[in-house]
Design a protein around this ligand. Structure first.
Ligand SMILES: [Zn+2]
Length: 316
């Protein structure tokens, strides 16, 4: 089955460029396009262990492609219930400093609005996401010629910290020197400039490893922090990693307690059964030559899944 799926996805990738993006992205049930990134950089960066992030040149090309074929909308418009056909809203996860230094100036220049999802625990570089700790350690060992593939979960945080201690790496010093995240001041500036700030859980745990109570706490605490600091018109939350393992009863509670106005997952181009929950498409995929090829492949795959009735996002 896995082998067959691999052959099918290779085939889709091969034939997708023969269609126009317009042909592939039309039809009912085609969801709004919500591309997401983490960072854009022209420098060697340890987080390349986590994402195939674009250079500024590639990011500009991605944006030009999106703007040529879709209309950019704000988060408010996305939430308004307007006709979303042929529109897109850009989002960025994790609140990395490149968002302020590189992404925001390019977006301003091109007149594109966006939402930035952040983890309160990491703002002002107070701490580092466990997968980023793993990336920094992987790079450390790679420089010594040792290939490691540390992909630790939140539960392994202590062992990551132990490895760091063993090699004499102090996270406080790393955070102080590298400043991987945006500061509060930078976030306030982004907010003033018209970008939306959203929450991405308190400290980015794997939700599928948490019980429902802890999942809700992560949503609640990060949203309360967001409201206290930014009071956004639209209260937005993007599940860290994925919404996989988040049950309907957690969504019900989020809704009932009015924690969020809108929430996001990362299942790609998928139809959602929940009215205020949307799926986003990761643009940092290995092997995608350009945004056009990536989007055509994803849309063709969606259209095929639609024929097979496999196009609605599942969480279990
Ligand atoms: Zn994230």
């Amino acid at each position: 089955m896995v082998e067959k799926m691999k052959i099918l996805s290779e085939l889709i990738k091969k034939i997708a460029p023969n269609f126009s993006i317009h042909q592939l992205s039309k039809g009912h049930e085609v969801p709004v396009l919500l591309p997401y990134y983490h960072l854009v950089s022209d420098k060697e960066h340890p987080f390349h262990y986590n994402y195939n992030f674009p250079s500024t040149k590639r990011f500009r090309k991605d944006l030009d492609y999106l703007l040529d074929h879709f209309d950019p909308i704000s988060l408010e418009e996305l939430h308004s219930g307007m006709n979303l056909r042929n529109t897109f809203h850009l989002t960025f996860d994790d609140g990395l400093r490149e968002c302020y230094e590189i992404v925001a100036p390019i977006l301003k220049e091109k007149g594109v609005s966006a939402t930035f999802f952040i983890n309160p625990a990491f703002v002002d570089n107070h701490d580092l996401f466990h997968r980023y700790k793993a990336a920094v350690l992987n790079r450390f060992f790679a420089k010594k010629g040792v290939k490691t593939e540390l992909k630790k979960t939140y539960a392994d945080l202590l062992s990551l910290d132990q490895i760091a201690e063993d090699i004499g790496l102090k996270w406080e010093e790393y955070l102080d020197e590298e400043k991987p995240y945006m500061s509060m001041e930078q976030l306030k500036q982004m907010d003033e400039d018209g970008f939306t700030i959203g929450a991405h859980s308190w400290d980015h745990p794997e939700f599928w490893l948490l019980d429902e109570e802890r999942q809700l706490e992560e949503v609640k605490e990060s949203m309360e922090w967001l409201v206290a600091n930014f009071n956004p018109k639209i209260k937005a939350f993007a599940f860290p990693f994925t919404d996989f393992g988040v049950s309907d009863s957690v969504f019900d509670a989020i809704h009932r307690k009015r924690l969020c106005d809108i929430t996001f997952g990362t299942a790609g181009i998928k139809t959602e059964k929940l009215p205020t929950h949307f799926q986003r498409l990761q643009m940092e995929q290995v092997g995608s030559k350009n945004a056009g090829q990536l989007l055509k492949t994803e849309y063709l795959s969606f259209q095929i899944k639609r024929l097979l009735d496999q196009h609605v996002a599942k969480r279990d």
